[in-house]
Design a protein around this ligand. Sequence first.
Ligand SMILES: CC/C=C/CC(=O)SCCNC(=O)CCNC(=O)[C@H](O)C(C)(C)COP(=O)(O)OP(=O)(O)OC[C@H]1O[C@@H](n2cnc3c(N)ncnc32)[C@H](O)[C@@H]1OP(=O)(O)O
Length: 719
Amino acid sequence: MAQYTRVSGSVGLITLQSPPVNALSAAVRQGIVDLMQRALSEPEVKSVVICGQNGIFCGGADIKEFGGQMSGPPLIPMIHAIEAASKPVVAAIEGIALGGGLELALGCHYRIAHSKARVGLPEVTLGLLPGAGGSQRLPRLIGVPAALDLITTGRHVTAAEALKFGLVDQITDHNTVNVAVKFAQRVADQPLDARRISTHPCLCPSDVAVLFEEVMQRVRRTARGAIAPIACVQAVRAAATLPYNQGMERERELMATLFTSGQARALQYFFFAQRAVGRWSMPSGARWDTSKPRPVHKAAVIGLGTMGRGITVALAQAGFSVVAVETQEKQLMEAKQAISGMLERGAKRRGVAPALDKINYGRNIQSVADVDLVIEAVFEDMALKKKVFQQLSAVCKPSTFLCSNTSGLDIDQLACQTRNPELVVGMHFFAPAHVMKLLEVVYGPKSSPLAVATAMQLGKKIGKVSVAVGNCRGFVGNRMLKPYLEQALFLLEEGATPEFVDQVLEEFGFAMGVFRMSDLSGLDVGWKVRLADGLAMPDPTMGQPTRLRQGRRYSPLGDLLCEQGRFGQKTGRGWYQYDKPGSQVAKPDPWLHSFLDEYRARHALVAHRIDHQEVLERCLYSMINEGFRILEDGIAAGPEDIDVIYVFGYSWPRHRGGPMFYAATVGLNKVLERLEHYYQAHPDVPSLQPCHLLRKLVASGSPPIQKWREVIKKVRSQL
Ligand SMILES: CC/C=C/CC(=O)SCCNC(=O)CCNC(=O)[C@H](O)C(C)(C)COP(=O)(O)OP(=O)(O)OC[C@H]1O[C@@H](n2cnc3c(N)ncnc32)[C@H](O)[C@@H]1OP(=O)(O)O
């Protein structure tokens, strides 16, 4: 909807009204069309101002409308009509002008923005391009290089930056609508021809062809298979090389391809999934909207290794007072230096003062007595963590929340060490903790909704996308990673090379294939866990068959590498070789290939040709199958939780929506059929056995992902 009022006698004020972000729904578009006609037909009205209610100009097209039949007046002619109007039209931009919202403003003759407003064309993040003339008007207004930057990245810019670009005409600290109304009065009689951006020439730098080539190469390199960024470059190239009308035609063609693409569907699903994870629930029925968090003013971090340092930085940067504890003097000094460096670099990037004074360092756990929340980040060892939790429980005030940054240990066992187990939750950060967006908030059987709500809110305050998950080995992310890693090793045993497996996964869109990723993380991390679990055998003569554990197939390949001291990048050798320890450039290693040949010969394994399809299906479907088990067990409340965890924590390509959305795209019956096929071929690999929920969903006619929760609920109620 939109509302019309006449202000100061001669200005027609059109206010967009569509909470929460005044998106351009069919009703809003109809309102704009009707009210523009009214303003133009009223002789007393000399100029028009367009604004949005509640301090928000416009969040762009209504994304909810994209899935269905589009109705109402289309955006392009609506914006053309505004630009062609015979009376000056001024956009009063408060809050945000994004996507179609900014395109609407670009159709206006003038743009006045509040100093706190942000503008941008984020369509690329939804698998689209600015298809309402934005790709043609923006380069005409601010030049090709700046337009390419904004359109291919989708980044939001501040009003100050927008003014520098010439994207807005004026910024104000006062009431933007009042300022815009006065401005509209002043320009009422001004000629409009020069204000119609579509009539401007597109000014290009002399080396524009080189610029497009460079940008296209960069975009292809970073897009990981996403098509929208490439189409964005093509659209801006059309603006730079074609007359406006032909450029618009090219924009339309490119948009038509994107609009119906699977990638756009995946990205739009992901947009809503990201927001859905904030509406968490627990199997007990506790929910985000009925559980109030308690404010946290002062926090503590125990253990200043890599994770503890990152967590301390994240907390301090968000304005929390932090007590950072490390019992070893040398470690403490090193950590202090590293944390200060991280804070200084971060502050320099953001143009603010480093939050060094937010942190108090200490070696004594007694110093956390008065904090509201503690995040334990000591070494991943249950006995050590239990000891720390006992100490914390004795030292801290009774109301302190005690959180563990474990990546997969049992939260309940830690809770049992404390006086108030209901205040214990897991807060699983991802390395580097001050950079990575994901936080798994893990509730155990005793965790209270208050503790979950508080950890979720803290996560939000430090800029994380927080997902509440249940307590099980590896939680969601690492639990699903296990079958994926396992399949990758089995593929090596059967004839593949690390390079081939990685190439297939990287072509799929992962930032790194499984072996390059393992080399980066360090092969010794998983090895230590397997040793502790009695899976990796330090001595091969100890009796267990080498490739079998508890009746299941097991690959000792990773253990054998570690026994040779090959821990990955840090030792200069792992699944690949590196020029020197710490180097990041992975090169195929002939030693490893001979090692695999010898290994296969020793175990009478006949290498066979493994193709792309087999690598993808075995690695991804085994992981997806575990995802269905996680849903069945109630560890994740819905598929969105899993997808958000995988995109933000495990570099799953966002334009494929996440593993569960991908399964829906492939077709659940196909995933089931292929898992059955592989399970038949490998009956000693239980992770390939299709789980009950997957079968149930297929039997229910493979409903769309938005309806899975209903089936999950039924399956759980039958357990
Ligand atoms: C014909 C095709 C033309 C396409 C051109 C386009 O315009 S495409 C759309 C371009 N616009 C965007 O990409 C903006 C998307 N929105 C955001 O980036 C953010 O929501 C925001 C506007 C910056 C606000 O962020 P904030 O953190 O304050 O709130 P939320 O993100 O939680 O959003 C609040 C609720 O609003 C819903 N919502 C936001 N934008 C849209 C939108 N464009 N269409 C529909 N709904 C939108 C969002 O889903 C939240 O709803 P909940 O029900 O609360 O989850």
